[in-house]
Design a protein around this ligand. Structure first.
Ligand SMILES: Cc1ncc(COP(=O)(O)O)c(C=O)c1O
Length: 372
């Protein structure tokens, strides 16, 4: 079998051989060993968020991709008369707004440019002007650009105004340190195939228990009912509906490997090295980063299309793909960009190989860029 291409994407990501091996088993969903693995995962995730059950936090695992987890939180946490403030600076903020619209939840949209972090004064002013707002939702790493939003500062504002705080930490959790309690987060969502380096199959939610309990009467749907899902997992340790057993087995191994790497800080350190190697090399090749320095994160990096008449992203993408490297298209509303992920089981040596492949591809297509 040919080796897999290396994924420089926001997920699914390149995973370790040992993570893939861990799922080469058929465990029953009611098997004692499986239930223990699920319990292990739920506890380890709390540790990654620097909280514990004793402090009043719970982990809920939800089948499906990351969006299922977000929809489960929005549709479960907001009561009929709830009012959601959605802070938006990219497509994933927009997605939360869309979820709220689908469920006919009252919302206020606070929209910022894709290259700007949310203005805290505006967040505070919006809460003051709209006392009916009950919940606030924001993205941690807005994967559209890789920008890191100030979730801690927003959390302090939410706590001051007594509103429930929801954070989509999909592409950052496990590699960008977050203390859920200190940042006053009531619901944090991420998924199996991001920085913990598992395979796709489920999302997970870390919730403040008192806020989770208050979800009970809000049910808008059956399969994504966050409270009922938690009740099931707490009751007999089982899922209400068929769990992705194989991805959970892989994830349990991924959590062991996260710990071996030095936890969230250790993982973050490798990704920072990847990021630094990438930008230094891309600058030398003449590419320019989309975000200004103060807003850059190390999860995924957004580059402008080079200003060269011969540059064609589709061709560039395909040429790299043929060489064994998978990059990612852009999703910006106004600017032509592409993205390169620094996450997954990749190292600076993989980044160096990618940079060489990019240099060769530019040469093949007759593009000579001036260093940025
Ligand atoms: C910040 C963020 N939120 C939500 C999602 C959606 O996750 P999924 O595609 O797994 O549904 C993603 C996916 O990359 C993301 O980066």
């Amino acid at each position: 079998m040919k080796p897999d291409k290396i994924l420089f994407t926001p997920g699914p990501l390149t995973t370790s051989a040992t993570v893939k091996q861990a799922m080469l088993r058929d465990l029953g969903s009611r098997d004692f060993e499986f239930i223990e693995k699920v319990q292990f995962i739920r506890t380890k995730l709390l540790e990654a968020g620097e909280v514990s059950k004793q402090e009043g936090y719970e982990t809920i695992i939800m089948q499906g991709s990351g969006t299922f987890g977000i929809e489960s939180v929005i549709a479960s946490a907001l009561p009929v008369n709830g009012h959601l403030l959605v802070i938006i600076n990219g497509v994933y903020g927009e997605r939360i707004s869309k979820i709220a619209a689908v469920h006919h939840i009252q919302q206020t949209r606070l929209v910022f440019n894709e290259n700007e972090i949310p203005d805290l004064q505006k967040v505070e002013a919006t809460l003051k002007e709209n006392p009916s707002i009950t919940h606030v939702a924001v993205i941690h790493c807005e994967t559209t650009t890789g920008i890191i939003n100030p979730i801690d500062a927003i959390g302090q504002i939410c706590a001051k105004h007594g509103v429930i705080y929801i954070v989509d930490a999909m592409s950052s959790f496990g590699a960008v340190p977050v203390n859920i309690k200190q940042s006053k987060i009531d619901f944090l969502i991420s998924s199996s195939n991001k920085c913990i380096e598992g395979v796709p199959g489920f999302s997970f939610i870390i919730a403040k228990k008192d806020k989770l309990l208050s979800c009970e009467p809000n049910t808008r749907n059956l399969s994504l009912d966050l409270y009922a899902q938690w009740k099931g997992l707490e009751g007999d340790g089982q899922f209400r509906f068929t769990p992705p057993t194989h991805s959970l087995l892989a994830f349990a191994q991924a959590l062991v490997e996260l710990e071996q790497e030095g936890g969230v800080k250790g993982r973050g350190a490798r990704y920072i090295s990847n990021y630094k190697t990438l930008v230094a090399g891309m600058e030398q090749l003449g590419f320019k980063e989309y975000l200004t320095e103060e807003n850059r994160g190390y999860i995924i990096t957004c580059f402008h299309y080079p200003e060269h008449e011969l540059f064609d992203f589709k061709r560039f993408y395909e040429a790299l793909n043929e060489k064994g490297f998978v990059i990612y298209p852009g999703k910006l509303s106004k600017v032509n960009c592409f993205r390169i992920g620094n996450i997954g089981r990749i190292t600076t040596s993989d980044i160096q190989d990618l940079l060489k492949a990019i240099a060769v591809t530019l040469k093949e297509t007759g593009i000579a860029l001036l260093p940025a």
